[in-house]
Design a protein around this ligand. Structure first.
Ligand code: CA
Length: 229
């Protein structure tokens, strides 16, 4: 199984621009979802919340500004990073002035290298384990670039699924994840896996983390799921 790749939603009505964006994002290893307009984007966000949205300002009917504002007012999508694309710098100034809550703005025509850097920057903040960051929690260190985990001085041997489980936990220590959320994040929505499978892999993760002693850092939350710490 491949590592959990961030899902990027592209909202752009011009097919050529949409495809160029999709091509470049896919080349960087991201999963890409496409929307041609704002209404479609809102439905897609509801169905499968992406990790980041690249949102064009000029869209038919509902503008990018309006989409951005709607997503930033909902508690479920407030933390979702949005990069707005705009044709001219004066537009960007206007968009900024409208306080849409967009996390970043890129002016068209943009350099692909710059846009990819901005995407990475946003994901480093929200999905650090997917962009080669080193994560730490207590005496556990996870290096997502080398795919290695240490507890204290010892190397922790993990299978790919356990590694992804731990990455998910370490991105948000203390957060309680339901089994369904873990299935979505670690296994992916397209694969049917029984929720009991999650328990099996949590068991393996615990065993591996405690192989050289130390307390079990994974917490079972009755009726809710699991959390780290
Ligand atoms: Ca457009």
């Amino acid at each position: 199984m491949a590592p959990p790749q961030p899902n990027v939603l592209i909202v752009e009505d011009e097919p050529a621009q949409r495809e160029v964006l999709a091509y470049n994002l896919e080349a960087e290893g991201y999963r890409v979802t496409r929307a041609e307009n704002g209404e479609e984007a809102l439905i897609l966000v509801e169905e499968d919340t992406p990790d980041l949205i690249v949102l064009d300002w000029m869209l038919p009917s509902v503008s990018g500004i309006e989409i951005c504002r709607q997503l930033k007012t909902r508690s479920e999508t407030r933390g979702l990073p949005i990069i707005m694309l705009s044709a001219r710098s004066e537009e960007v100034d206007r968009v900024r002035g409208l306080e849409t809550g967009a996390d970043d703005y890129v002016i068209k025509p943009y350099s692909v290298v710059e846009l990819m850097a901005r995407v990475r920057l946003q994901l480093r903040r929200t999905r650090p384990s997917t962009v080669g960051e080193r994560l730490e929690f207590d005496d556990i260190v996870l290096d997502s670039e080398s795919h290695k985990v240490f507890r204290g001085e010892s190397l922790v041997k993990l299978g790919p699924t356990e590694f992804r489980l731990l990455s998910t936990f370490m991105e948000k220590p203390g957060r309680v994840w339901s089994r369904e959320q873990l299935l979505d994040r670690v296994w992916g929505r397209d694969i049917y896996v029984d929720t009991r499978t999650v328990d099996v892999h949590i068991g393996r993760l615990r065993k591996a983390l405690c192989a050289n002693g130390g307390e079990d850092p994974v917490r079972t939350v009755r009726g809710a799921g699991y959390a780290l710490g």
